[in-house]
Design a protein around this ligand. Structure first.
Ligand code: GDP
Length: 326
């Protein structure tokens, strides 16, 4: 059965008209790894780009159980209540392996899922982290063209995915948890460098005092670390369940956005994406190159036999790769 050709003009019009079904189909297209779909997706994105770019892009991360979905449900509902339109995307590296996504699952954000001014999309499940990040960056263009003025990209606290998300947003929020023994869960050194706002979550009931103490300590530690940049990362407390502290976090995220040249940050991000995509593309070509594939087993055997060094084998593989294919 042949399917009718995809009408990209109708899709672009449907996205601009804010029709959720068209938004969903457009994101499915940008997520597809099929070469013909990729070509169509790039044409669609070129059409939509003039209508994109006008949202506040926010990354939110935290360990599993930190309360991300509860918090996003609360923040997103407050925002739609004050006239915003909110899209929630996700970058979940585990979904790449399991082909099943937990992040962005509609049942996790019950209020937003039922909210006509919100759009919740699970993480793409195909490809590498680089592929998922690319699809999510392109999904941002789609939802912005559909008039969502706050775009939240959620990710779990796994180093690489946090960096990938920080590279696609204007402001990055880390949700941390207080734990006994004065330890903060989910704080790794690298994350302190990319977090623009930190909130110790679940500051409610018997844990409120503990969360406040943890926030004060972390705030002090951040001051000691310094950083030299104009923005000092604030450390707040909140409770996603009770909704307390959520407005203050939004105020800090807005202040952070206004403290920087967002256009400049986005232009630098685009240069970085080009580098990442070029590296991924070259690696993929190298791995799938027939001549390289034919030579690699032989090289492995020779290294095992001790007749060639790894550096010599590498040089040979690159020579094979560089040789013009006839
Ligand atoms: P996620 O894995 O980071 O998305 O976390 P969830 O939002 O699914 O929350 C994990 C668990 O923590 C659930 O049992 C929630 O009910 C609970 N939880 C989430 N937010 C809060 C909060 O603000 N306070 C308390 N006490 N529990 C919370």
């Amino acid at each position: 059965m042949t399917r009718p050709p995809l009408d990209l003009d109708a899709m672009a019009a449907g996205v601009r008209d804010r029709t959720p079904a068209w938004v969903a189909r457009a994101i499915t297209l940008v997520e597809s790894t099929r070469p013909d779909h990729q070509a169509q997706a790039q044409r669609l994105l070129a059409t939509l780009t003039p209508d994109a770019g006008r949202s506040h892009r926010i990354g939110i991360s935290g360990v599993p159980g930190a309360g991300k979905s509860t918090f996003i449900d609360a923040l997103g509902s407050d925002l739609t209540g004050s006239g915003h339109r909110v899209a929630v995307l996700a970058v979940d590296p585990s979904s790449v392996r399991s082909r099943g996504s937990i992040l962005g699952d509609k049942t996790r954000m019950a209020r937003l899922a039922a909210d006509p001014d919100a759009y919740v999309r699970p993480s793409p499940t195909a490809g590498t982290l680089g592929g998922v990040a690319k699809a999510t960056r392109e999904a941002i263009v789609v939802v912005e063209a559909a008039g969502y003025d706050v775009v939240i990209v959620e990710t779990v606290g796994v180093g690489q995915s946090e960096t990938a998300v920080a590279d696609m947003v204007d402001s990055f929020l880390l949700l941390a948890l207080a734990r006994t023994g004065d330890q903060l869960q989910g704080i790794k050194k690298g994350i302190l460098e990319i977090a623009d706002v930190i909130a110790v979550n679940k500051a409610d009931g018997p844990h409120e005092a503990e969360a406040k103490r943890a926030a004060r300590e972390l705030s002090g530690a951040l001051h000691l670390l310094g950083g030299g940049s104009a923005w000092t990362t604030p450390v707040l407390t909140c409770s996603g369940i009770e909704g307390t502290g959520v407005a203050e976090i939004w105020a800090q995220l807005t202040a952070h956005r206004d403290s920087q040249d967002v256009d400049e940050r986005r232009r630098r991000q685009q240069v970085g994406w080009m580098r990442v995509m070029a590296e991924e593309a070259i690696l993929s070509r190298f791995r799938t190159n027939p001549a390289v594939r034919a030579a690699v087993t032989d090289m492995e055997q020779r290294i095992l036999a001790g007749s060639i060094t790894p550096a010599q084998a590498t040089e040979h593989l690159l020579a094979v790769f560089d040789k013009p294919q006839t």
